[in-house]
Design a protein around this ligand. Sequence first.
Ligand SMILES: Cc1cc2nc3c(=O)[nH]c(=O)nc-3n(C[C@H](O)[C@H](O)[C@H](O)COP(=O)(O)OP(=O)(O)OC[C@H]3O[C@@H](n4cnc5c(N)ncnc54)[C@H](O)[C@@H]3O)c2cc1C
Length: 424
Amino acid sequence: MSAADRQRPRVLILGAGFGGLGAARKLKQADAEVVIVDHNDFHTFQPMLYQLATAVIETTAVAHPVRDLFHDQRNATVHQATATAIDLEKREVEFEQMQPIGYDHLVVGIGARVNYFGVEGAAEHAFPMYTLVDAVRLKEHVLRRWESADRDPALIDDGALNVVVVGGGATGIESIGALAELYSSVFSKDYPRVPMEKARLTLVEAGPALFSMFEEKLQDYTQKTLEQWGVEIRLGEVVESVSPTRVQLESGEQLEAHTLIWGAGLQAHPLARALGVELERGDRIPVGPDLSLDQHPEAFAVGDIAWITDSKTGDVLPQLGSVALQAGERAGENIARLLAGSDTEPFAYHDKGTMATIGRGAAVIQFPGGRTMKGKTAFLAWGAVHLALLSTGEDRTKAMLDWTWAGFTRERGSRIVVGSDDED
Ligand SMILES: Cc1cc2nc3c(=O)[nH]c(=O)nc-3n(C[C@H](O)[C@H](O)[C@H](O)COP(=O)(O)OP(=O)(O)OC[C@H]3O[C@@H](n4cnc5c(N)ncnc54)[C@H](O)[C@@H]3O)c2cc1C
């Protein structure tokens, strides 16, 4: 159906992540047909994936059905399909599982992918932490390794229980902190015959410090906290190659580890390359102040796939959920304004502070203006902010119950393997 045949203008939103959801919600009152298409039938709450991977919370606390989120939005239609091509000139998107959809306005919010920077063996053997499937796969792999080592203790000396995490940013630190807790408070009881002191957790970071985006005192606090929990930290080290049981560092050292978690980098979704526009670092799509694409005022890009410059500060904004959500909302508002015959407005990010957790009772926060917070108070603040970000009250309740239960009992009820692909 061509644009002229449509009764109402059509806004096509690709991706039901933070960016896509933000845009769709701001179009609730618009006189338009809002079509949301996601590769999955659920929205993923990435900031808590590491808790799923370490069995703190259940799958349904980090994933929510997309359709459920639009029950009360009458102008919205949801499809589960994978976008395979975007034709900006024709104003049409192709999908793997359904007919192409034409649009009057487009929002591209299909996120990013893990970037292995060409490290040999990483794509085949590393465990990324970007999707729900990644988190479940990692959890089940670690559980399987412990069961194997329990059956055959010789595997322990071969590194079956050792985990190397690459990347001293939020993903890497959250993952290794949560693993340290899982090992010390749960596996030590689950596997009393396994010598815990032989299980090594190592964090490898190419730069000179952990959490490069935070102030030095927060970096030091993070490093000391992890070291107290038994994590070995290797700064200034680069991974050269990965095999199923070994991690080779450029310095010549070889780490024996049957698990390598990759938290070292992202690149925009590959569809960005097919747009025919000149891309920025990490293949991100450059957008103008109102988040639209150059020469295409009807097409917007938001979230991790976009190279967004804050109209207030002139800074390029990081790939964060809060940036994606606010940018999505601005894109939705701008489309609503265009539909109503008004001009668009520039996007200004409202920075409420950068926060990251290290593990139970330990987090760091840096507020705009320089004030910082660390420790238990920061951890509670992190929890409150992330609970508020979860898409529905039901998700919040589930996450709250899981956290409270894990907090009081240190129990991890979801540490079971349900996958069918037995690696052993
Ligand atoms: C482990 C981890 C921890 C994080 N922690 C924090 C944190 O504490 N605080 C914070 O602010 N940010 C955090 N982030 C970053 C934050 O999650 C991202 O910046 C945010 O999710 C980006 O939102 P988005 O909408 O651009 O993309 P996404 O949330 O990735 O959503 C993209 C959507 O597009 C869909 N999609 C992909 N390809 C296609 C296709 N071809 N066709 C149709 N649909 C498609 C996907 O299924 C997905 O639903 C974290 C990220 C990770 C990975």
